[in-house]
Design a binder for this molecule. Structure first.
Ligand code: GLV
Ligand code: GLV
Length: 323
């Protein structure tokens, strides 16, 4: 049977599946991300047939060369911007991801960020815990309502669609969106309006939520110039990938009242934060946990394992990424 390497411990369910299928599984014992050097030497240690990688691993031709026997890398994430697809193609390696299962979880999290920043929950929590609350006051922590406001979705894939559904049907928001293609179902289900450009969405939305993959074309999709198009009272939410936003420009915009607030689960150079970001009150920041429900992380583990098992059985894994 085959030899599988997992670059960091993931929920047991997938590991058990791999073992039940008769495979030998080695798991990195490091409590953290392997450095490039550690990753290369771990993979070179044995003739592994498959690798389960994480979004924190940078996977490129050097990695494929370190383990030429492994013809599948199953990424434990929906995003796979950490993997060089041209290098994978060149090395004849199949790449898989874990789409679908985390859609609702991430959509719920995007809603949670929207509500947190609009209702100023973390700010009020810090204030109350600090013993500063000395009684009800008419103008304490005034936030914003969502009902009747416009949600702008950038990237109307599965996750963007589910955020729009929740915002429209749950909170009475109007939905506008931009994507490289029209979302007929989105328009039908939420009466969403398609906007020709990112700029149109930014100009009109009260809340902008980003759901694009990280690609050369989406790097710094939100920059100083585009932030300046947004309404002064608008909020920017990012649960996609950090580099989609020019974070230094965002810190400036938040400081100078260009927009009202932001909710960020991902950062341009994570785990580092742009200078000044963490001291701003009008931003809610979380630790790249949008898909981190127990249920979903278990399912992601199962799916990554199933992709490996199918591949090793000579089948095409369901979540093979187009290269
Ligand atoms: C998480 O960020 C993922 O891409 O699954
Ligand atoms: C991810 O699953 C997306 O398509 O948004």
């Amino acid at each position: 049977m085959a030899l599988v390497y997992i670059t960091r411990h993931i929920p047991d369910i997938g590991i058990n599946l791999l073992r039940a299928a008769g495979h030998t599984v080695d798991i990195s014992e490091k409590e953290g991300v392997l450095t490039e050097k550690e990753l290369l030497s771990a993979l070179a240690a044995k003739p592994y047939d498959a690798v389960v990688s994480l979004l924190t691993d940078s996977i490129n031709k050097d990695v494929f060369a370190a383990v030429p026997t492994a013809k599948i890398f199953a990424n434990y994430a929906v995003g796979y911007n950490n993997i060089s697809l041209p290098d994978a193609t060149e090395a004849g390696v199949t790449i898989t991801n874990t789409p679908g299962v985390l859609t609702d979880t991430v959509a719920e999290f995007a809603m949670a960020l929207i509500l947190s920043v609009a209702k100023r929950i973390p700010e009020a929590d810090r204030f109350t815990r600090a013993g500063k609350y000395d009684g009800w006051a008419p103008e304490l922590f005034l936030g914003s309502d969502l009902k009747g406001k416009t949600l702008g979705i950038l990237g109307a894939g599965r996750i963007g669609y589910e955020v729009a559904m929740r915002a429209h049907h749950g909170f009475g928001m109007h939905v506008i969106y931009n994507d490289i293609k029209r979302g007929e179902e989105l328009e039908k289900q939420t009466k969403a309006t398609f906007k020709e450009t990112t700029e149109d969405v930014l100009r009109e939305a009260d809340v902008v939520s980003i759901h694009v993959p990280l690609l050369p074309s989406t790097k710094h999709l939100i920059n100083a110039e585009r932030l300046s198009l947004m309404k002064k009272n608008a909020y920017l939410i990012n649960t996609s990938r950090g580099p989609v936003i020019d974070e230094v420009a965002l810190v400036d915009a938040l400081k100078n009242g260009v927009i009202r607030g932001a909710g960020l689960d991902v950062f341009e150079n994570e785990p580092a934060l742009a200078k000044g970001l963490a001291s701003l009150e009008n931003v809610v920041i979380t630790a790249h946990i949008a898909s981190a429900s127990e249920e979903t992380r278990n399912k992601m583990s199962e799916i990554a394992a199933q992709n490996v098992i199918d591949f090793l059985n000579g089948e095409t894994p369901e979540n093979a990424v187009k290269q």
